[in-house]
Write a protein that binds this ligand. Structure first.
Ligand code: PMP
Length: 311
């Protein structure tokens, strides 16, 4: 099934979407990306894009930080993305990758006096961490301080840090990396936020521990409160607290809610998926597929509801 990209104001086959070798973003990491999911609901023959607006709000905030003036409003970005997903016509879970980038074909390290542009493409993508129970380990690489590169923005250049961490632990036989903040508290995974359960309470690192403020993190905090009456404490977490926690899981658009059952070769709890993790995982998977009307405000349908689907 061919895929498409939106680039330079038109939708073209993905294979034809190219940028020049001198593009500023390619050399200096001066771009921002998002990862958005379209979740296929087979009963309804519908695709729901999850929290589309929130992803583009984060992207546009990043644009302010990186001094990018995109010639698009929030509404434009949402509309273009739905049109692109319709054109792709996939009937399976997809991953949508928008990129706002310094598009000038100019060399020289800077943020100013450069043009910016926006592109987006979509590809079919199943599970990111392809395990039911993740075995994770701390990487020797730490997250950058907010005054080194702001971790709150999905700046492409910062992801070299994540790549160092991921490759180190994967080549050591684990599924995912956890990184520490500059001051030695638990920060996040290479592409996920992290939660632990201690004494029946959910705890997750706060914004000032060099995390990306994940949209899945926010979703899980809301679901835990509204559906299960479980509050989440945002506070610094010590490494040893993770070892002795009863449950642990990671959250991210790509990874969804992935249970973590082993950290640094130590079992979390009894090494099985814990009860709070299990019920949150189930609730989350229904919400993102558009099966819970209470949260339909988070789900943007891609296809007209009344159209006859042929496949
Ligand atoms: N942290 C990092 C470093 C990430 O790359 C991601 C994925 N975007 C997340 C956390 C989770 O964020 P979200 O739930 O918004 O996808």
């Amino acid at each position: 099934m061919p895929s498409y990209a939106y680039i330079r104001k038109e939708i073209v086959p993905l294979a034809e979407a190219k940028i020049g070798v001198m593009t500023h973003a390619l050399h200096y990491g001066t771009a921002l990306f998002e990862g958005i999911r379209g979740n296929w609901n087979n009963e309804q023959k519908q695709m729901y894009i999850f929290r589309l607006k929130e992803h583009y709000e984060r992207l546009l905030n990043g644009c302010r930080v990186l001094k990018m003036d995109l010639p698009y409003t929030l509404d434009d970005l949402c509309r273009i993305t739905v049109e692109l997903a319709q054109k792709c016509d996939f009937h399976e879970d997809i991953y949508i990758r928008p990129l706002a980038y310094k598009s000038s074909e100019a060399l020289g390290v800077r943020l100013h006096d450069l043009e910016s542009d926006f592109l987006v493409f979509a590809i079919p993508w199943g599970r990111y961490l392809d395990v039911d129970k993740a075995r994770v380990a701390f990487a020797s690489w730490r997250r950058p301080d907010a005054n080194v590169i702001p971790p709150q923005c999905k700046i492409t250049g910062i992801y070299v840090n994540n790549a160092f961490a991921k490759t180190e632990v994967v080549q050591n036989g684990f599924d995912e990396a956890i990184m520490l903040s500059p001051d030695g508290h638990i920060s996040e995974g290479s592409g996920e936020n992290i939660f632990v359960v201690i004494d029946g309470k959910l705890i997750t690192p706060p914004s000032y521990n060099s995390i990306l403020m994940g949209i899945t993190r926010n979703t899980v905090i809301e679901l835990a409160r509204a559906e299960f009456n479980v509050d989440t404490l945002e506070r610094p977490i010590e490494r040893s607290e993770l070892y002795t926690s009863q449950e642990c899981f990671m959250t991210g658009t790509a990874a969804h809610l992935t249970p973590v059952t082993e950290v640094d070769r130590r079992k979390i709890g009894d090494g099985e998926i814990g009860p709070i993790t299990k019920k949150l995982q189930k609730a989350y998977s229904e919400v993102i597929k558009g099966n819970n009307p209470k949260y339909s405000r988070w789900c943007t349908p891609v296809y007209p509801a009344t159209a006859k689907r042929t496949k």
